[in-house]
Design a protein around this ligand. Structure first.
Ligand SMILES: Nc1ncnc2c1ncn2[C@@H]1O[C@H](COP(=O)(O)OP(=O)(O)OP(=O)(O)O)[C@@H](O)[C@H]1O
Ligand SMILES: O=C(O)c1ccc[n+]([C@@H]2O[C@H](COP(=O)([O-])O)[C@@H](O)[C@H]2O)c1
Length: 189
C-alpha cells in the first residue's frame, strides 16, 4: 500500500488540491492520498479563518474521490509539526510506503520547518510545481542541501519505495489557484 500525505490548511480547499492529488496518484502510483487538514500551520502568524471541522467538511465535499481520504489526524495525534506527525504515522503504519506531498511554495521555505532534515530522512517527498515558484523552490536552501536525494521526474513512480532522503520535483500541474485568492474573492464579492 502506497499513501501520499498531503498536509495543509485547506482554508478553503480548492481544485488545485484535488488536481495535485490526482497527479500524485498517477505519477507516483499511489493507492490513496490523505489530506491532513492541519489545526494550523506553525509558520503562519494567523490562525485559519475557519475552524478545523468546517475545513474538513468542505474538503470532503470538494475531494469527492474514493481514493482521497480527508482526515483531521493531526488534531487526533495532538501534533502541529510535520516531523512529529510523520514519526507518529510511520510508527503506526509499518507496512505502508508513505510519501510527503507539498507544493513548490513549501519547498522554498522548507528550511524553516522544525527538523526539516529529519522529515527528509523519514519519508520520500514529492514536490508539485506552482506558477512562478519553480526557480525559487529549486534554488532554495533545502533543495540545495538535499540535492543528492533528488530523482528525475521520469522516475517518479519509484519514489514511494525509495529509501529516504529521496525527492522528486514534478513540473505539473501548473494551477494558478490558491486559498489566498479564494479568500480575497470571498471578501470582495
Ligand atoms: N495550485 C497548487 N498547486 C500545487 N500545490 C498546491 C496548490 N495549492 C496548494 N498547494 C499545496 O497544497 C498544500 C496545502 O496548501 P494550502 O491548504 O495552504 O493551500 P494554499 O492555496 O497554498 O493556501 P494559502 O494561499 O492560504 O497559503 C501545500 O503543500 C501547498 O503548497
Ligand atoms: O512542521 C513545520 O515546521 C511546518 C511548517 C510549515 C508548514 N508545515 C505543514 O505544511 C503543510 C502545508 O501547510 P500550508 O499552510 O501551506 O497548507 C501543513 O501540513 C503544515 O502543517 C509544517
Amino acid at each position: 500500500m502506497k499513501i501520499g500525505l498531503f498536509g495543509g490548511s485547506f482554508d478553503p480547499p480548492h481544485d488545485g488540491h484535488r488536481e495535485v492529488s490526482l497527479v500524485a496518484m498517477r505519477a507516483l502510483g499511489l493507492d490513496q492520498v490523505w489530506w491532513l487538514v492541519s489545526p494550523r500551520n506553525p509558520l503562519k502568524p494567523n490562525a485559519p479563518s475557519q475552524d478545523q471541522a468546517r475545513r474538513i467538511a468542505a474538503a470532503r465535499k470538494l475531494a469527492n474521490h474514493p481514493r482521497i481520504k480527508v482526515t483531521g489526524v493531526e488534531a487526533a495525534l495532538g501534533t502541529t509539526y510535520t516531523a512529529e506527525t510523520l514519526r507518529r504515522l510511520s510508527e503506526r503504519l509499518e507496512d505502508v510506503d508513505l510519501v510527503w506531498m507539498m507544493g513548490a511554495d513549501n519547498l522554498a521555505t522548507f528550511h524553516h520547518w522544525r527538523d526539516w532534515r529529519g522529515i527528509a530522512a523519514t519519508v520520500p517527498i514529492a514536490v508539485f510545481n506552482r506558477p512562478g515558484l519553480a526557480l525559487k523552490a529549486l534554488s532554495s536552501p533545502a533543495a540545495k542541501a538535499l540535492a543528492r536525494g533528488r530523482i528525475p521526474h521520469a522516475m517518479a513512480a519509484k519514489l514511494p519505495e525509495m529509501p529516504p532522503p529521496a525527492w522528486v520535483f514534478l513540473p505539473s500541474p501548473h494551477i494558478p489557484l490558491s486559498s489566498t485568492l479564494l479568500r480575497e474573492r470571498r471578501r470582495t464579492s
